[in-house]
Write a protein that binds this ligand. Structure first.
Ligand SMILES: *[C@@H]1O[C@H](CO)[C@@H](O)[C@H](O)[C@H]1NC(C)=O
Ligand SMILES: *[C@@H]1O[C@H](CO)[C@@H](O)[C@H](O)[C@H]1NC(C)=O
Ligand SMILES: *[C@@H]1O[C@H](CO)[C@@H](O)[C@H](O)[C@H]1NC(C)=O
Ligand SMILES: *[C@@H]1O[C@H](CO)[C@@H](O)[C@H](O)[C@H]1NC(C)=O
Length: 324
């Protein structure tokens, strides 16, 4: 019990050490980092040692395509990792946007996660219940980071591996006590329709699209009926599922490096990511981060916005084409 606790303290204090004393508290809070992945064993030890509380919060962030008809809130109510709360990506979003679950404002994000008992010195561990081992959790990991909170980790392998390794789940829930969270958005991490359009002209930045190949090349339908499949000029396809092993854990650095290389992506150069609605794109942000490239940006509107706004010349598809 003791070694784990000490390790955890070292992890937190070690991460925040090394900043000059004249840093303002705001900047210090924004710069505290932790590792991007924690193992099922690490979290199981933390839960068993009762470390879950104001300094460590677990979030079930499960969100799936509406076509799966999964009621993730109800699934959470029945079964979650002990001590976890539920973060709803659709609710924690910009309610004024016509596009799907766009980033909320910093103050709305602060309000939402503060209500889940998260303050700006809370280590947040995110997971979801996908059979892939992760689906939406990397998106929420990225959201915290975009809002200046580096103290966030993805549970490697998610609920799938938590259960497979024999750890307990529960239906018990007690709402954590509210904490004060102060988000500061680094707007340069988020790319717009205009940014992507400009980049199609300049070709300065590589853009990876993480949808499955059929949706990318136009031969399989998009989940939304009003949207046809396809991709924009210059996009490179790396399906998010290709970044995980059979058990659902993120692949190791050698294999990940090879995947980027084989796809023709140079991680030394700027990289943006896109997908259907900005969720699975974050798997590439996480993978690149693990390889030492933390600066991958997300096109938040992704294909849902692109298809609705772009003219047919900017939509490449082997299938049915968009009408003018
Ligand atoms: C959180 O951030 C706010 C403002 O950025 C700061 O005043 C406060 O002390 C921070 N709280 C913690 C617990 O770090
Ligand atoms: C922020 O939250 C308020 C209160 O819930 C809501 O009325 C408003 O629309 C939200 N703003 C955005 C941009 O989502
Ligand atoms: C925003 O992120 C960029 C890229 O990581 C970084 O260079 C810049 O310093 C950040 N800005 C702030 C205000 O933290
Ligand atoms: C398009 O995607 C489908 C489904 O993955 C695949 O069978 C087909 O070979 C792809 N076409 C091209 C040209 O890559």
């Amino acid at each position: 019990m003791l070694p784990l606790f000490i390790l955890w303290v070292i992890l937190l204090s070690g991460a925040s050490a090394g900043h000059s004393r004249d840093c303002s508290r705001v900047n210090m809070a924004a710069q505290v980092q932790t590792r991007a992945l924690v193992s099922v064993q690490w979290l199981a030890d933390a839960v068993r040692n009762k470390l879950v509380g104001p300094k460590l919060r677990i979030l079930d962030t499960s969100w799936y395509l509406p076509s799966t008809k999964r009621d993730t809130r109800d699934e959470f109510a029945q079964k979650h990792i002990p001590g976890a709360s539920f973060l709803d990506i659709d609710e924690c979003s910009d309610s004024t946007s016509p596009y799907d679950h766009m980033l909320p404002t910093p103050s709305n994000f602060s309000q939402y996660v503060g209500d889940l008992g998260i303050g700006n010195d809370t280590h947040v561990v995110v997971y979801d219940t996908s059979d892939f081992g992760a689906y939406s959790a990397p998106r929420v990991w990225w959201m915290f980071r975009a809002f200046g909170h580096g103290l966030v980790s993805v549970l490697d392998g998610g609920m799938k591996n938590w259960v497979a390794e024999g750890h307990p789940v529960t239906s018990e829930y007690s709402k954590p006590e509210r904490q004060e969270f102060r988000a500061t958005l680094n707007a340069s991490w988020v790319k717009s329709f205009e940014d992507v359009m400009e980049n199609i002209r300049t070709k300065e930045v590589q853009v990876v699209d993480t949808r499955i190949s059929g949706r990318f090349n136009g031969t399989e339908p998009e989940p939304r009926e009003d949207i046809l499949p396809g991709h924009f000029p210059g996009a490179i396809n790396i399906p998010f599922t290709s970044l995980r092993d059979d058990s659902g854990k993120l692949l190791g650095p050698e294999v990940l490096t090879k995947i980027f290389k084989d796809a023709g992506v140079d991680l030394q150069r700027p990289l943006w990511v896109t997908c259907g609605s900005g969720v699975t794109a974050c798997h590439v942000v996480l993978a690149a981060h693990q390889l030492g490239y933390p600066g991958v940006c997300v096109y938040d509107g992704s294909w849902v916005e692109w298809f609705q706004r772009a003219s047919p010349e900017h939509i490449i598809s082997e299938g049915k084409v968009k009408k003018e």
